[in-house]
Design a protein around this ligand. Sequence first.
Ligand SMILES: Nc1nc2c(ncn2[C@@H]2O[C@H](COP(=O)(O)OP(=O)(O)O)[C@@H](O)[C@H]2O)c(=O)[nH]1
Ligand SMILES: [Mg+2]
Length: 476
Amino acid sequence: MIPSFAVVGRTNKGKSSLVATLIENDRIAVAATPRTTTYAQGFTFKINDKPLFTVFDTPGFEEAPAILEWLKSVPVPAHERRARVLEFYRTFHAGEVYRFECELLKPILDGASILYVADASHPYRSNFESEFEILQWTGQPSIALLNQIGEGHYEEEWKRALEQYFRKVLPFNAHTSWARDRIGLLEELKFLSDTMREPLALAIAAMRRQLNNRLRDSALVIADLVQDSLSFEIKLDPDSQWRSEEELSRAFFDGLRALETKCRQHLASIFGFHDLNFDDSTQVPADAEQDLFSKDTWEILGLSRKELLAIGTASGAIAGGTVDAMVGGASFMVGTGIGGLIGSLSSAYLAFSDPEIAGFKLGRKKRTMGPYKNPNFPWVLVDRQITFVNTLLQRTHAQREAIHVSEGNRQGSTSHLRAKDKTRLGVIFQSLRWNVRLRSLNESLASELTRLLLNLLTPKPSSSRQNQSDFRPELS
Ligand SMILES: Nc1nc2c(ncn2[C@@H]2O[C@H](COP(=O)(O)OP(=O)(O)O)[C@@H](O)[C@H]2O)c(=O)[nH]1
Ligand SMILES: [Mg+2]
């Protein structure tokens, strides 16, 4: 049998949020309206179809004092308390009175451990004690979690009170806890009972592997995006549907934006977000902060002019003979002299004019528009997807507001790479631009990106649970 947990507490304290976060399900009803959850519902957390543990979402306590009074209406020695709670359940479960409590006690009486959720942003009140006592009477292993919904801070008094009744009290914010914190919580739950230790250790190992695999899968998806974007063109037929050059240009850049949106949807699904609310990038005004071609984005992300020049020259110099060797020694010839072009000053300058016009010219006789030549483009593209993956990593399945990815004023990750790594990536980007269709090239790009993502985003063990929400990838 896999371990099971019943999440209990008053209504609107974040129970459903905790369930959604723990089992990574963004379809569980999390609502500002109290009493959205009216019966106990079990959700099983699986990885690769293997069930690892079950979490029950339950309705909140409503009538605890009356129930405790009923339980105590006859003398009950400690060893009979659990049986007395069972008797309560049998007496009332078919009727309407105490319906919510019967629902929430059901999984616990069936063997689930207790996860009690309290909101530490409100002061502690002794009127919570009847529900603590009822839970205590069930005799099940229990842990209390301090959620933080509002601004107030009453952790200390809550902790002192809860420690009287629960085996452990921990802070856990269902809206900010990411993979590392979930794994940390499971580590604590392991010690609640001997029977759970082994299966939870297996679950933890599976979650660690999954996190790793998700980053690897993300790297493949980003590699595809880079390739598709660097070769993206629009064919122009004589009776073209685009009349003006402006319209055509808009269509071209919207095409690139759409590739990125598709990639991001794919990335979201890798992290188990199925109902993620996206701002459709083709609807975002072109000057908005989150637009792929916004000038602000381009000032922060990608490489500096100096770096691009260095990469250009280095990758140009080695391109002539070394690309072959580097990407696996397959058969493509790079014409002599062409390497010199890559490092040309003008291309580096292109990167710093307006992104939507730089590197982009519609020849009079050209039948296609694109590909987009701005040298900074692949770097910006990779940086943006790394930020996006980081946002996904830190998002929980309890959050329902639209995902907002802001570059802030943080410098992109690629500019922090070692010179050697930058050069390698630069050569790959350049080869893709030459339209080199080589499997080993795709593989090289994917493995470079995998290394980058794993280095930046794999959680480091944390020394304190306090800083659980301010994880930032270490970028320097
Ligand atoms: N900011 C914040 N809001 C939360 C947190 N947990 C719950 N909420 C909000 O509180 C409300 C009730 O949450 P819900 O999980 O449905 O509580 P339940 O009634 O105990 O199941 C929802 O509007 C949630 O978005 C939290 O950790 N942080
Ligand atoms: Mg609920």
